[in-house]
Each structure stands twice: as structure tokens, then as C-alpha cells.
Design a binder for this molecule. Structure first.
Ligand code: ATP
Ligand code: MG
Length: 204
């Protein structure tokens, strides 16, 4: 459309593994903010998350591709996967803007938990100037606390109500390790991939 910029949602995450909580959140944001597409951006390697080793980026990237393949409005970026060292959201957003052929409007989608972390980083104003932020509700995380601690009244931040799915990658990894089912928590293809490669078998 002439004169209208493309509305692009950006969903960052470790996706270790991607699950239906991520997908439902992305779809809700797509609909609520009339986005043209959502770009999933798996984080790069190497860095430690909560004292555990993160699964190699290539596996996390492939699972994200498998999970999003059937949605014509979802795609996956290798931007952070291919970049060495830690990546920062600000740099990623700047890079996406540089790479875009047309004018784009960026919407960064996160759960309320991840959004709080962003506001505890240095220079939140700089991050906030780069995109519109969508903070999705997430079971187990108090949105009221979020409203108190984060500048949710900031013109660039919106809270999005998402059908509650108490699913986390941490719980899925534990389930695989302990032999509990993960069916219906992750897309079928993702479960198949986890079994095929033997992910999450022996992590403490
Ligand atoms: P982990 O348990 O390893 O931290 P996770 O389930 O939190 O994994 P991440 O890859 O850390 O998944 O999350 C990526 C983004 O998706 C974050 O912004 C997070 O807040 C959001 N998110 C994850 N699960 C949900 C969910 N069930 N509902 C809403 N948002 C979610
Ligand atoms: Mg998380």
C-alpha cells in the first residue's frame, strides 16, 4: 500500500524450545495490532540463562522454523543466531530497520516477565524509542506489579491480554527429562524434533 508503512511484530526469545504460549501470544499481537507479520528472533549463542547452558542456536532456530512454518504471517530471523557475542534488543531493532526495504513500524512483543527485565536494563528510554512495546499477560507474572514498576503509561507501551497458557520452556525441558508428556504443549513437529535429536535428556 502506498504511503503506509509495514507493521512488523518482533518476538524475541530463547525458544528452548518454542511452545504454544509463544505462538498464541504472537497471533494475539498480530490480530490486536493489525500487524502484517511477526518475525521470531531466537537469541544467539553463547550466553548462560539462569545458570544453565542454552541449547545450540541452530536447534532452537530450526524448532522455531518448524513451529511457525504453517502460518503465512510468521517468519524467523537468523539475525541474532548468526551474530557472535551477546545481542541487545536495541541493536536487533536497529538492524531490522536497516535491512528493511520499505518503511516499517516495529512492535516488540514480550511477556510481562521479559518486559520487566527490559525496563531494568540500562537506558530503557533508548529501547523504548526504537519500537512500540507490547507486554503480553502471562500466568504466574503479576501484571499489576508490571504496571507499577514499568512505565506502562509510556506512549510506546501497551499491555495485551492473551488467553492464559501456563506453559514455559523450563517446564517442558523438565518434562522431557522426567519422561512426562509434552504433547499439546508444543507443536507436534517440535516434539518430533526434540525426540529425534535427543534434546533435554540429561540436563540437571
Ligand atoms: P524459559 O522458561 O526458558 O525462560 P520461556 O517459556 O520463558 O522459557 P522464552 O524464550 O524465555 O520462553 O520467552 C520468549 C518470550 O515469550 C518472552 O517475552 C516471554 O515473556 C514470552 N512468553 C513465554 N511463554 C509465554 C506464555 N506462556 N504466555 C505469554 N508469553 C510468554
Ligand atoms: Mg523466559
Amino acid at each position: 500500500m502506498v504511503g503506509e508503512s509495514k507493521r512488523v511484530g518482533v518476538m524475541g526469545g530463547t525458544f528452548d524450545p518454542i511452545h504454544h504460549g509463544h505462538l498464541v501470544t504472537a497471533e494475539a499481537a498480530l490480530w490486536a495490532f493489525r500487524l502484517d507479520e511477526v518475525l521470531f528472533v531466537p537469541t544467539g549463542q553463547p550466553w548462560m540463562k539462569a545458570d544453565r547452558e542454552v541449547t545450540p542456536a541452530e536447534h532452537r532456530y530450526l524448532m522455531t522454523v518448524i513451529a511457525t512454518a504453517s502460518n503465512p504471517r510468521f517468519s524467523v530471523s537468523r539475525l541474532e543466531v548468526d551474530r557472535r557475542g551477546p545481542t541487545f534488543t536495541v541493536e536487533t531493532l536497529q538492524e531490522l530497520r536497516r535491512q528493511a526495504e520499505d518503511d516499517i513500524e516495529l512492535f516488540f512483543i514480550t511477556g510481562a516477565d521479559a518486559m520487566l527485565e527490559i525496563f531494568h536494563w540500562k537506558d530503557p528510554e533508548e529501547v523504548l524509542s526504537q519500537a512500540h512495546f507490547i507486554a503480553a499477560t502471562r500466568p504466574g507474572y503479576d501484571i499489576a506489579r508490571f504496571e507499577q514498576e514499568a512505565p506502562s503509561r509510556h506512549p510506546n507501551v501497551s499491555v495485551l491480554d492473551v488467553p492464559a497458557l501456563a506453559i514455559s520452556s523450563t517446564d517442558i525441558r523438565r518434562r522431557v527429562r522426567e519422561g512426562e508428556p509434552i504433547r499439546y504443549l508444543v507443536p507436534e513437529g517440535v516434539e518430533t524434533y526434540i525426540r529425534k535429536v535427543g534434546l533435554y535428556q540429561d540436563q540437571g
